[in-house]
Design a protein around this ligand. Structure first.
Ligand code: BGC
Length: 373
């Protein structure tokens, strides 16, 4: 009897050890895979939403999720190191500084942990398996085109004063947005239809560290003081995202001498931006459905874990419309295979279409469109 009990104990012990070694298992005894997700910030609305959507989409498919919101690059390096040490099965990273992760990701490469660069491209590394984002150049092109269509200089024959406000130079997206917008505006600037009184027409001159709303506000105040204090009219500000657009509008309200409100562009459909559009302030935002972006990232992660080849043959299996691009996103070491979702323009005319996504609704007073909480 004693011998049988001892044998049973040994069998149980072996079983427990085996399960522990394999990590958690589902109800069929299959080991549960762990995904490590690293987002740049919890306090910025869009990244907090991305984090929620990624978590719920992975959990719905039976994954265990380890989620970090880094806030700064040193903490992000730490976060990634911890997840690599934990042997996660796949890493999804939206970087704080795309060029600062090469060394950290060498360990992921050594451990063969696949890495998906989420929304922002991670630079100077061959550890990245693929990139899931929106068509970033198109985001900028939509902003530039919105300004052209609103001012329609070809039809009026007039000249217009515009300014440019771009994003964080540490974020590879920021240049894509700027270039997309600038390529549309450039012919009008060259023909003299659009004048940029500050003379700041290069990305380096208009980039805004950390996408900061405060810096965008102060920079706009300085521009107004230096180039518009004679009462010159400002017709449009091509601004790369909503937070900076709202910062620019604050500066216009406090320091601009003119009477008509310039066209100010944005991106992200942040709650405050939607409110601003409905109040007749921000002219437009570029909406990027990040629920779809998260779902595409989940499908691509599964494809990688199943050993599938990442190419356009995957497009039919993805849960949202994407293009496959293997040339545009060069991170300095490799051209990263990219799945790019489709951005769209939202302004006062079509803002209610957001409700059809199921992610937005009318607030309790029926006045504003707000994200479904
Ligand atoms: C994202 C934008 C966002 C910006 C600031 C970019 O990488 O693509 O959607 O507005 O970061 O958070």
């Amino acid at each position: 009897m004693k011998a049988i009990r001892k044998q049973m104990m040994i069998i149980i012990l072996c079983f427990v050890t085996a399960v522990m070694a394999a990590g958690c298992a589902d109800k069929h005894g299959i080991p549960v895979k762990t995904v490590g997700i690293v987002m740049p910030s919890k306090s910025i609305e869009r990244w907090s939403r991305d984090g929620d959507y990624l978590r719920s989409s992975f959990e719905a498919k039976g994954y265990h999720v380890e989620m970090r919101f880094s806030e700064d690059i040193l903490r992000q390096i730490d976060d990634i190191q911890v997840l690599i040490a934990d042997d996660v099965d796949v890493l999804i990273i939206a970087s704080v500084d795309g060029a600062a992760l090469s060394r950290t990701l060498e360990d992921a490469l050594i451990k063969k942990i696949p890495v998906i660069s989420y929304d922002r491209l991670i630079m100077n590394t061959d550890a990245v398996d693929c990139y899931v984002s929106f068509d970033n150049y198109r985001v900028g092109a939509l902003q530039g085109q919105y300004i052209v269509d609103a001012l329609h200089p070809d039809q009026t024959g007039d000249t217009y004063n515009i300014e440019l406000v771009a994003g964080d130079p540490a974020d590879n997206n920021a240049r894509f947005f700027f270039n997309g917008a600038y390529d549309v505006l450039k012919p009008y600037i060259e023909s003299g239809r659009f004048i940029v009184p500050s003379g700041k027409t290069s990305f380096d001159k208009v980039a805004t560290p950390a996408w900061s709303m405060d810096i965008a506000f102060k920079n706009m105040q300085n521009t107004l003081a230096s180039y518009y204090s004679d009462g010159k009219r400002l017709d449009a500000v091509m601004c790369s995202n909503d937070r900076m657009g709202l910062g620019v509008l604050n500066a216009i309200h406090s320091d601009y001498l003119g009477t008509s409100l310039p066209i100010v562009t944005g991106q992200d459909a942040d709650e405050a931006a939607l409110q601003s559009i409905m109040d007749g302030q921000l002219a437009m935002t570029v909406y990027k459905n990040v629920r779809n972006e998260a779902d595409v990232a989940v499908s691509v992660a599964e494809a990688i874990l199943e050993g599938k080849t990442l190419d356009d043959s995957l497009l039919g299996e993805l849960p949202a419309e994407c293009s496959f691009d293997k040339t545009s996103y060069d991170n300095g070491v490799q051209k990263v295979p990219s799945f790019l979702l489709v951005p769209e323009v939202i302004d006062a005319k079509n803002i209610e279409s957001l409700i059809e996504t199921g992610l937005f609704t009318l607030d309790e007073n029926g006045k504003y469109i707000v994200p479904v909480s």
